[in-house]
Design a protein around this ligand. Structure first.
Ligand SMILES: C[S@@+](CC[C@H](N)C(=O)[O-])C[C@H]1O[C@@H](n2cnc3c(N)ncnc32)[C@H](O)[C@@H]1O
Length: 290
């Protein structure tokens, strides 16, 4: 009992040198898109009781400010162009920290299982018999949609949602052509949410138009969604890439393509900068406003 109490006291102090016979637990925690108020209660509890936090680039500063003083932090973030730590090394780090008896929070932007490689990390932990849990987070699709006033589904406008990556390849080390099922994606009944699509936006909209979507179909690009720095561009397919470039939207950016994007003009409620290209509005935009 005394040994157990000592162990608990040591863990609360966040002592990295802690050595224990028992393996610690890894919590794969979704931090949501940025606004700290969008953290789940479970995520906050995990952050507050962790010995060590291993976090990504997309975890906002406001969320990192909630990590108690004295808790060791490892930044393993990566952007498209630059990798801070290869994925295999992240696996090794999580495993070795847990084996030393630390309770580790692996904090990721959005949800760990949505384009977050959370599944790969969970597989490695399971392979090494490290206890783990998954704490879901609000995805940027949901957070950006809500904070830009764009419902992802809406009666009469969208019966479903497709969520895709606009990055060229699943493996960030290789440059491969963006091969997507453009025919099925060019669907006017479904909202298309594009993660990591900023660099290829012109190509994506061109492909969708070649496969049948109108040049006047609505689209929105949301930068820094849910954060005070949120900026939103609403335009049609023909101009969204150019308008996004003109507005110099900076990563992270989420793109929403679909009739629902036009509602962002009417339902904008969060104090963000809305770059609204009214002069290009086709029939769909004007119909929706009346
Ligand atoms: C590697 S993915 C991570 C997705 C995350 N796991 C999720 O559930 O949303 C990174 C991409 O998510 C999108 N993203 C994440 N946070 C965002 C935010 N606050 N605003 C806009 N897009 C965001 C961007 O498309 C970014 O390139």
């Amino acid at each position: 009992m005394m040994a157990f109490l000592h162990h608990v006291r040591m863990k609360k102090s966040g002592d990295l040198a802690l050595q224990s016979n028992s393996t610690g637990k890894v919590s794969l925690v979704g931090a949501g898109p940025g606004d700290p108020d969008l953290l789940t209660v479970k995520a906050l509890k995990a952050i507050q009781s962790a010995d060590i936090v291993v976090y990504d680039r997309l975890v906002s500063e406001a969320i990192m400010a909630l990590v108690p003083h004295g808790v060791t932090r490892f930044f393993v973030g990566k952007s498209c162009k630059q990798k801070v730590m290869p994925q295999e090394e992240i696996h090794e780090l999580l495993i070795s920290l847990a084996k030393k008896g630390n309770d580790v929070v692996r904090l990721k932007g959005g949800d760990p299982f949505m384009f977050g490689r959370g599944g790969e990390e969970a597989i490695e932990l399971a392979k090494h018999s490290i206890p783990f849990e998954i704490v879901p987070g609000i995805t940027s699709a949901h957070g950006c949609g809500a904070y830009a006033g764009i419902p992802l589904t809406h009666r009469g406008l969208a019966t479903g949602v497709r969520i895709i990556t606009g990055h060229r390849t699943a493996d960030e080390d290789k440059e491969e052509p963006l091969e997507l099922d453009w025919k099925s994606l060019a669907d006017t009944e479904t909202t298309l949410v594009v993660y990591m699509g900023l660099a290829n936006l012109a190509l994506i909209v061109r492909k969708l138009m070649e496969h049948g979507l109108s040049a006047h179909y609505p689209a929105a690009a949301i930068a820094h969604g849910t954060m005070p720095s949120q900026r939103v561009v609403i335009a049609d397919l023909a101009t969204i890439a150019e308008k996004t470039k003109d507005a110099q939207l900076a990563s992270p950016v989420l793109v929403i393509i679909g009739k629902v994007a036009a509602l962002g003009r009417e339902l904008e409620w969060f104090k963000s900068e809305l770059i609204d290209n009214k002069e290009n509005y086709p029939e769909i935009f004007t119909k929706l406003s009346h």
